[in-house]
Write a protein that binds this ligand. Structure first.
Ligand code: FEO
Ligand code: CA
Ligand code: CA
Length: 624
């Protein structure tokens, strides 16, 4: 985001000139951009600006195998893949020999979104997603000789881990004795609720009711409700379905990426539920937001169909001033969409048994962006996805509201939603006036016909990503309209001078990054940004180093680097203790694809996805 009042008319004019060309230059053709962005007045202003929100010494980019935080801070591993979470669970074994039973009693793999639920000032529950698993580390055979138990073990490495933590001598530690500790896996019984529950399209031979699904997997990011539940979001569920037989699949299967053939996980080989030729409707039971009570280990997780089915990233919940609960939802795939759910009923302070029904019924919308002439900002509208409206009729292939939710992507296309550069996390400013969404990257932008360059997706073959920010009309999140601008356009100003691939003026050689993914606010409205990008540190990414975490002032646009991760990781997952003196951050897949990481234990150990806890040496608020 750059502010016009900073005197950036030259920048704006150059943006304008480019926009009228409809297609920006690609990474290799930067020279043709001429003087575009040659002068970057905001970047120099930013270098000297000092947001009172960002009161820490920023750190340089890193290629080391460590998790590095600013001077005066300490980061400590809290929980790593394979750590036992019950008293009887075995310790992690380096040799990859532990079985499915062991894995089902240990922290799952690939830590992702998480939330902190306070029990007292010294005790809390962490609910943490375990998105997927890396066979090269999970199995001694690296996935080359999968047995039936290996499939079960992989399924147990997925899902959600719920674990109690306690503050002992100023340090948060896992309590293996915690009565709330629980593993939710790809085989945990769940109830399908809401408008699509029981629909014909959700029935399978194992569940003729269409209401009882098994498990959750590829749980990417998350959300937290004010009534004390955890929302876990099912993202790339399609990748677990395959078949050794051929089968006629539908266009809807294709739209969600479900295919026959082999898969990297090979679950269909010993678990027929994942054989899409045998169970073509099983994929319809995945791709939802799941609501979990982290305080009741016996509770049944609820798949909330009113929030639509797509490749969910997170669920950013905001209680609107009129009490309606609004949930912003990204669908992370190239050219997919950004959604908003508005509850039918209103939040009632102190009446959580009623509040627990709020995600059961409501209206889903999808975003359409319009661009002001010659400016990277504009207005937008939320298009309702309700059967019978906006062309969602039998003539267009929809038979009822359940089908609109099950095939929300198709419905979004029918109503004319804007295709986006992979919407990842959404975060609502604590005071509610702005909403931010990371658009991580999109190599298809300007290449595929349905993904033209323009609006909040201003670059062809976008390999750096950007963050769009919008303001609902009258600060009312149930409003059908909003204004938007771009908070930051990530880029590399040391490689691309004079064009949008060098980034917006709040990006400079000292804070540059690519592929923003996780974002979230702390209680003081610092905007924390986590990256899942190219960590080659070469070419277009030279000088950007490993994936990292930054902190931004959501209004001024100043951004500083706060943390850097180990080799070949992604930084994802963010939670704070109630007093904000501890920040929990996820380090996912260090050593991905065999890269030489031994994080967090060092030596010759296996790299392991790890939740880090960051504290300030003087006990103060993180970032302040
Ligand atoms: Fe699991 Fe879109 O990241
Ligand atoms: Ca992500
Ligand atoms: Ca990502």
């Amino acid at each position: 985001m750059w502010k016009r009042e900073h005197g950036d008319s030259q920048f704006t004019q150059m943006v304008d000139a480019q926009l009228t060309r409809r297609r920006f230059i690609t990474g290799t053709g930067a020279a043709s951009a001429g003087v575009f962005l040659a002068a970057n007045p905001i970047a120099s202003a930013m270098a000297s600006s000092q947001s009172p929100l960002l009161n820490f010494e920023p750190i340089p980019a890193s290629t080391s195998d460590n998790f590095i935080v600013p001077k005066g801070y300490t980061a400590t591993p809290l929980l790593a893949w394979g750590d036992p979470i019950f008293p009887s669970a075995p310790e992690f074994s380096q040799d990859g020999q532990q079985d499915s039973k062991a894995q089902s009693q240990q922290f799952g793999d690939n830590t992702d979104g998480m939330n902190f639920f306070a029990i007292s000032s010294t005790r809390a529950v962490l609910a943490i997603n375990n998105e997927y698993t890396n066979y090269e580390y999970l199995f001694a055979h690296q996935g080359k000789q999968m047995t039936a138990d290996d499939v079960k073990k992989a399924q147990a490495a997925h899902g959600v881990t719920i674990v109690e933590i306690e503050l002992v001598d100023g340090q948060w530690k896992v309590d293996k004795q915690g009565m709330r500790n629980r593993r939710i896996t790809a085989n945990t019984p769940m109830t399908i609720t809401g408008v699509a529950a029981g629909h014909t399209l959700l029935k399978t031979s194992a569940d003729p009711t269409g209401t009882k699904a098994l498990g959750t997997f590829n749980n990417c990011a998350n959300g937290q409700t004010p009534w004390g539940t955890y929302l876990t979001c099912e993202e790339n569920f399609h990748g677990y379905f395959g078949s050794d037989s051929s089968a006629e699949l539908t266009e809807d299967h294709a739209r969600y990426g479900v295919k026959t053939g082999d898969t990297r996980y090979q679950w269909h080989k010993s678990d027929p539920r994942f054989d899409v030729a045998k169970n073509p409707q099983e994929p319809n039971r995945h791709g939802w937001v799941v609501e979990i009570d982290p305080n009741d280990p016996k509770s049944t997780p609820l798949k909330r169909t009113a929030l639509g089915r797509f490749k969910h990233e997170n669920a950013a919940l905001h209680v609107n001033s009129d009490g309606h609960v609004v949930v912003y939802l990204g669908d992370d795939e190239r050219g997919e969409h950004l959604y908003k759910f508005v509850s039918k009923n209103r939040y009632q302070q102190g009446n959580d048994s009623a509040n627990r029904e709020l995600l059961e019924e409501g209206t889903l919308y999808v975003a359409k962006f319009s661009m002001d002439e010659n400016a990277l900002q504009g207005s937008g509208e939320w298009l309702e996805l309700t059967y019978g409206k906006n062309g969602l009729t039998k003539d267009n292939g929809f038979n009822d509201q359940a089908e609109v939710m099950i095939f929300a992507r198709r419905a979004a296309t029918v109503v004319g939603a804007t295709t986006m550069d992979r919407p990842e996390w959404v975060a609502v400013h604590p005071k509610g006036q702005h909403v931010f969404c990371t658009l991580t990257n999109n190599k298809n932008r300007g290449v595929k016909e349905n993904q033209p360059v323009g609006g909040p997706n201003p670059r062809a073959e976008n390999h750096y990503g950007q963050i769009v920010r919008w303001m609902p009309t009258n600060n009312d999140h149930t409003s059908d309209s909003f204004k938007w601008d771009l908070y930051v356009i990530a880029g590399n100003p040391t490689v691309h001078e004079g064009n949008l691939y060098g980034g917006s003026p709040n990006v400079n050689a000292n804070n540059m990054f690519n592929s923003p993914d996780g974002i979230g606010f702390d209680q003081d409205a610092r905007l924390w940004i986590q990256t899942d990008g190219n960590y080659s540190n070469e070419g277009d990414f030279a000088g950007q180093g490993n994936n990292q975490m930054l902190c931004g002032d959501p209004i001024s646009g100043e951004i500083k680097r706060f943390a850097t991760g180990p080799i070949a990781c992604e930084i994802t997952g963010l939670a704070f203790s109630s007093d904000s003196t501890a920040m929990f951050v996820g380090v996912q897949h260090p050593g991905e694809r065999g890269a030489p990481s031994h994080f967090p234990q060092g030596g010759s150990t296996k790299p392991r996805s790890t939740v880090m806890v960051v504290t300030r040496d003087d006990g103060g608020i993180i970032g302040a």
